[in-house]
Every structure is written in C-alpha cells, then in structure tokens.
Design a protein around this ligand. Structure first.
Ligand code: DIG
Ligand code: MN
Ligand code: MN
Length: 389
C-alpha cells in the first residue's frame, strides 16, 4: 500500500504558536513576515493535518495584558481549537524574553527575580491547564552564565531544584496532573546554559523530590549543537522511561540553533530517530520546534510546516521498509552472535558462574578477526534511504 504521506491527527504532529508564528527576526535583522493570530495558526495547522498546537504563556497572552484582554484572547483561541479540532498537549512559560530574566529566571542571583519567575510560571500553568495541556515543559534559555566568577554554579542547581520541587507541588495542589519535561540546550542565548544535554537532565531529575513527575524534552538541534548523536541521546532517555515529549527539527553541526525544518540537514540521523521512536512505541506528540527560513513569506511558512510532517511520514515508511527488507534483516541477524552457554554464565551472577567464566578459554585472535558486516549493512541503509531498494 503506497502511503500518500498526508499528515493526519492520528500521527500526533504538533507545532508551537511561536514556530509557525516566527516572523523571521534574528540578531542581525528585523522581521521579514507578519505575525499570525493564534486562531489563524490553528486553522492553517488543522488544514495541514496537524494534531495539536503548543504555547508559551506570552505567545497567546501579552505579558502586560489586562485580565479582560487575557480572557478574550483565551476564549478566541479555545473557539478556534473547537472549530478546527486541534488540542493543546503541551504548555510552557516564556522565562527568557523579558529583560527581567536577562541573568536567569529560576537561577537568577536575585531572589526577587526567582520569586517572580515562580509566580509567572504558576499563572502559565493555570493557563495551560485551562487549555487542556498535560505536559509542561521547562526550557531554561536564560539559566546560564557568561561569567563563572558569579560563584553560583552550585547555588544555581539548588535554586533550579527548589523551583521545580515547588511547581510540582503546586501542580498537585491544584489537581493539574502535569508531567514535566525538562529541555536541555548547551548554549544560546546564554554563553553556557545549565543542564546542557539530555544526560545532564537525566542526572538532575534523580535529585528532585518527585522524580517520577519529571522527564526530558530533548530537541534534535540542541544535542546536535553539542556535537552529540541525537538518536543516541533519545535512546538513553527512552531506556530511563523519561521521554515525556520531544522537539523535532534539524541543525547543521557547529552552528547557532537553526531550528531547521525536520529532515532538512541530517536525513540519516532523522531516519534512525524516527525508527527509534516508532520501534520503541513512543506514543507522545511529534512536536516540531522549528521555524521557516527567514527568507520565506506566509506560503513558505506553511510549506515548511507541511514539509516537517511529510518528511517524518516518509521516514516512518522507510523504517517500515527497513524492518521488512530481507537482505537488511539478514545482515542484522549476521551482525549479532548469540551463545546460549556463555549467556547462561553471564546473565545472572553466582560464584559458580563467575568461576566457570574465569576458567573459560577464549580464542582472542579468532574473535578479533571476525568481520561484523557493518559496511554492507550501512550501504543497504543508504540505498534504502535513496529509494533504490
Ligand atoms: C526552545 O527550543 C524551547 C522554547 O521554544 C520552548 O520553551 C521549548 C518548548 O518546545 N523549546
Ligand atoms: Mn531550538
Ligand atoms: Mn525546543
């Protein structure tokens, strides 16, 4: 059956209001396209086959909006969601745009800023709950330093921990039932951001009061910026049972965070990531935290959004082909060598197993001569991705 690669809500593709609403501004230039209203974004994403839309508080409600303005904007957004059948799986707080957060929010050296960040986040959690969000993301864009003489490297970790413990209790006291997803990034906008990689977040979660409420929201571009293999990072997060959400996009290694269209740069890594998500049974949203190139107009924005989803679907179909390809599966079977007797000794420790293993003779030279067939397997994979298998 040839798939039409037409995105459908069942595929669970989501975009943030800030992604397709990106106006093309960058550190060296002004906006190149108009912003869109939240209802317009909802309508267009629904037409493209998306499942949902995510937001920071201030993507929908300006930071200085009156209570009446807030309620009007929320009502209009909810009406559009209802009219077009989109949901809001995830919400988060903008703790990075306003100058008050210029030296951090939860990790600011100013206790008043840390307290204000907690207040702003509680209001944002209230909004997210009102919109039906079940996952709450923390991306600490300003939680970092340019000057380590600040002396807060350990204090910052403690302040961040205290804030997350406080907000987890707030969610429980309100009956919100949030699961929290921590998003790592190595740098930008800060010179160094605390908790730079997925591994950093996994280690930190274990130090929280209620670690079961916390997972990771890894982003393709962020681990790639750090020179890491994103599929490896996601595998470790899945192994830990902590893939609570995921930000998909693309990135040219060694550059600033480009938030490129999914599959625009690293097709092979994108393929192995999609295969990992699908083979592992990940059933969360496939969120594209990306934006159209600054060169694009509105038509380019929607071509970008459609491209993110189509590429995911095409790679998902290639993963199916990979799993059904007899030659690839034969190469994979040949790659692994099983030995029932040795496995019985190594599977479970016992003094007897240890002694038997110590007494065992291994032909190290023979073992070292074995060719695993990885060149053959990788070429088959490349040919599958190039569409000649
Ligand atoms: C940047 O990658 C961050 C912000 O866009 C947002 O807070 C988070 C949620 O996707 N990703
Ligand atoms: Mn990013
Ligand atoms: Mn992100």
């Amino acid at each position: 059956m040839t798939s039409d690669f037409q995105p459908r809500p069942a595929d669970r593709f989501t975009f943030g209001l800030w992604t397709v609403g990106n106006v093309g501004r960058d550190p060296f230039g002004e906006a190149t396209r108009p912003g869109f209203s939240a209802p317009h974004i909802v309508q267009k994403l629904a037409e493209l086959g998306a499942y949902g839309v995510n937001l920071h508080d201030n993507d929908l409600v300006p930071i200085d909006a009156s209570a009446g303005e807030r309620d009007r904007l929320v009502a209009e957004f909810q009406q559009a969601l209802s009219d077009h059948g989109l949901v809001v799986p995830m919400a988060t707080t903008n703790l990075f745009s306003d100058p008050v957060f210029k030296d951090g929010a939860f990790t600011s050296a100013d206790a008043r800023v840390r307290a204000y960040a907690l207040q702003k986040t509680m209001h944002s959690m209230d909004l997210g709950h009102e919109l039906g969000a079940q996952t709450y993301v923390f991306w600490g864009g300003r939680e970092g330093t340019e000057v380590d003489a600040s002396g807060k490297l350990l204090d910052a970790l403690a302040w961040f921990r205290d804030s997350l413990n406080f907000l987890a209790e707030y969610s429980q006291s309100q009956g919100y039932g949030y699961r929290f997803a921590l998003e790592p990034k190595p740098n930008e906008p800060r010179g160094d951001i605390f908790f730079p990689t997925a591994g950093s977040m996994l280690g930190f979660i274990a130090t929280l009061d209620q670690p079961e409420l916390f997972g990771v929201n890894p982003e393709f571009a962020h681990d790639t910026m750090a020179g890491l293999n994103f599929a490896h990072a996601v595998a470790q997060i899945i192994d830990a049972g902590k893939l609570f959400h995921i930000d998909l996009n693309d990135q040219k290694p060694g550059r600033f965070d480009q938030d490129l269209r999914f599959g625009a740069e690293n097709l092979k890594t994108a393929f192995f990531l999609v295969k990992l998500l699908e083979d592992s049974g990940y059933d969360g949203p496939r969120h594209f935290d990306a934006h159209a190139l600054r060169t694009e107009d509105e038509a380019g924005v929607w071509a970008f959004a459609r491209g993110c989803m189509r590429t995911y679907l095409i790679l998902r179909d290639r993963a199916r082909q990979f799993n059904e390809d007899p030659e690839i599966q034969a190469a994979l079977a040949a790659y692994r060598v099983e030995d029932a007797e040795l496995s019985s000794l190594t599977r479970q420790f016992s003094p007897e197993n240890a002694q038997a293993l110590k007494n065992r003779t291994f032909d190290r030279a023979l073992l070292g001569q074995r060719g695993p067939g990885l060149e053959h397997l990788d070429q088959l994979t490349v040919e599958l991705l190039l569409g000649v298998r």
